[in-house]
Ligand binder design. Structure first.
Ligand SMILES: [Fe+2]
Length: 347
């Protein structure tokens, strides 16, 4: 390995550990609560009540201002008035819940209305809870406490996911020749998923799959991992374990359930010659087949110690030929190059 490669590897590792540290440290702070109400008296009262319990309460009287604040510094909890001039609390709540970056922030709708229909509207908008006006301090504290607890759990879950994704990157960093592979793979797979019309949940799984698919290589010794090709039979058996090892590591996290098939089956072939289960086309789930197409393309387009990088056109011919022999999903390969063609046209 040359010195530039060593530098690159240690730089990537350092970056990963810094990220991990940042995530772990970010939990130790005062919960930040955003209160949005056009009635300044209610706003002041709530801010004082929350401050009396040691919360960092930010008071805002306008929906547009609240939107900017949420984007700039996402709070741990939002208390939101329903009736406001301009955008209503329902609309703002719906926007918060539709945005993947903010949808895990609990939202309490504050309403003077006790009508069943209004509550239903709030539930439809994704509200986590309701508070009736006039506000009673004890009721406010009880709601805030339980929702902040919930937020803490989701943050912990996110932390666990982030740490696992960071581990995925650290596996990549062990092989200097695959630098940036996870990121590109994630993007290609997600783009292909979008191109064939998959839903948001599947796209998130593909994005995570890009980082996590080879996590199990954490259990493969360096001397095997860096050999790249010409593995002995015994070494190959160890290498073939990585999909199962990766699946085992991620299994406890329910939020990664859609990623598990990607991790386990990304080396299956539609003709049944893949591993670890020797599945055939109809048996291999769609998401690993998508990730595989993206993975093969990126591998062909990247130079490795044992092979040069192919051009886009050469990669297209190779992949179409290989798909015909039953290695990759032929329809997905066609869709993938159609998607790249459209992307190139736009660019
Ligand atoms: Fe793999």
């Amino acid at each position: 390995m040359d010195s530039r490669s060593t530098d690159t590897t240690s730089h990537s590792k350092t970056q990963s550990y810094l990220e991990m540290g940042k995530v772990l440290l970010s939990r130790r702070r005062t919960p930040r609560i955003l209160v949005v109400d056009d009635n300044r008296d209610v706003l002041r009262l709530m801010q004082e009540l929350l401050a009396s319990r040691g919360y960092d309460a930010v008071a805002i009287s306008h929906a547009a201002e609240a939107e900017a604040e949420i984007r700039q510094q996402p709070p741990d909890l939002i208390l939101l008035d329903v009736v406001m001039p301009g955008k209503s609390g329902y609309d703002l709540c719906r926007e918060i819940k539709d945005d993947p970056a903010t949808r895990l922030i609990p939202v309490v709708l504050i309403t003077g209305l006790s009508d069943r229909e209004d509550k239903l509207r709030g539930i439809e908008a994704g509200a986590d809870d309701f508070l009736n006006k006039p506000i009673f301090a004890e009721e406010l504290f009880a709601r805030v406490k339980s929702l902040l607890k919930l937020k803490e759990f989701t943050d912990e879950l996110e932390t666990a996911e982030t740490v696992i994704c960071t581990l995925g990157l650290s596996v990549e960093a062990r092989d200097p020749y695959t630098e940036g592979h996870c990121e590109r793979l994630s993007r290609y797979a997600c783009d292909l998923g979008m191109h064939i019309g998959l839903d948001e949940e599947a796209l998130i799984a593909l994005r995570r799959g890009g980082y996590l698919h080879d996590l199990g290589k954490i259990g493969v010794p360096d001397e095997i991992l860096k050999k790249g090709s010409n593995l002995t039979l015994a070494e190959w058996e160890i290498m073939k374990q990585h999909p199962v090892t990766g699946e085992t590591i991620c299994k406890p996290l329910r939020s990664l359930r859609l990623v598990l098939p990607i991790i386990r089956s990304h080396h299956e072939h539609v003709n049944g010659t893949g591993y670890p289960d020797g599945l055939r086309k109809g048996e291999i789930p769609l998401l690993p087949r998508i990730l595989q197409v993206a993975d093969v393309y990126d591998a062909l387009r990247t130079a490795r110690p044992y092979k040069p990088a192919l051009t886009h056109e050469q990669a297209a011919v190779t992949m179409c030929d290989e798909a015909k022999t039953g290695l990759w999903d032929e329809e997905l390969v066609t869709e993938f190059f159609e998607m790249l063609r459209k992307q190139r046209q736009v660019a």
